[in-house]
Write a protein that binds this ligand. Structure first.
Ligand code: HEC
Length: 133
């Protein structure tokens, strides 16, 4: 009886420690407000480089590939949505109704998190704004 209790307590202790380890990962807040000014050419340049190296495998501007064409995504979606798709990819796949619809449409192939900083996401957003027609 005693040893069973001891076992139970060690299990609880172990679970609490593992929870702590998970909680220690830096929390990423959802982006709730994006201020848009005129398209920033410096960020566009950086964003184009990032897009070409990290996104082009799955996204073309004009044609559907593994993921949707992105030329006019800044006209179809809010900037906060686009930022969060890059910044909080897994969370968006869980909570955003629009994104979840897309996920189903793309046969539940989840886009991988690019692990960008907020500034890198913003650069890609500026690039996408610059290519919209
Ligand atoms: C391995 C393939 C892959 C890579 C790499 C990838 N994506 Fe995606 N992306 C997808 C898929 C597939 C979807 C559709 C939703 C889903 O299934 O997750 C998507 C959806 C999106 C959407 C939502 C479009 C809409 O109409 O709502 C945006 C925005 C987006 N991706 C941007 C990017 C950007 C920017 C990058 C580069 C940092 C990137 N993706 C890298 C596969 C990818």
């Amino acid at each position: 009886m005693k040893s069973k209790l001891l076992g139970l307590f060690s299990l609880i202790g172990f679970l609490l420690i593992s929870l702590n380890v998970v909680a220690m990962q830096p929390p990423k807040e959802m982006i709730t407000k994006v201020e848009l000014g005129p398209v920033n050419p410096q960020l566009v340049k950086v964003g184009k480089g990032l897009f070409t190296s990290k996104c082009i495998a799955c996204h073309d501007l004009d044609q559907k590939k593994v993921g949707p064409a992105l030329r006019n995504v800044t006209k179809e979606r809010k900037p906060e949505y686009i930022m969060n798709v890059m910044y909080n990819t897994a969370k968006m796949q869980k909570i955003d109704p629009v994104y979840k619809g897309l996920l189903a449409q793309y046969k539940n192939v989840p886009m991988p998190d690019p692990n960008f900083t907020e500034t890198q996401c913003r650069s890609v957003l500026e690039y996408l704004r610059s290519v919209a027609k």
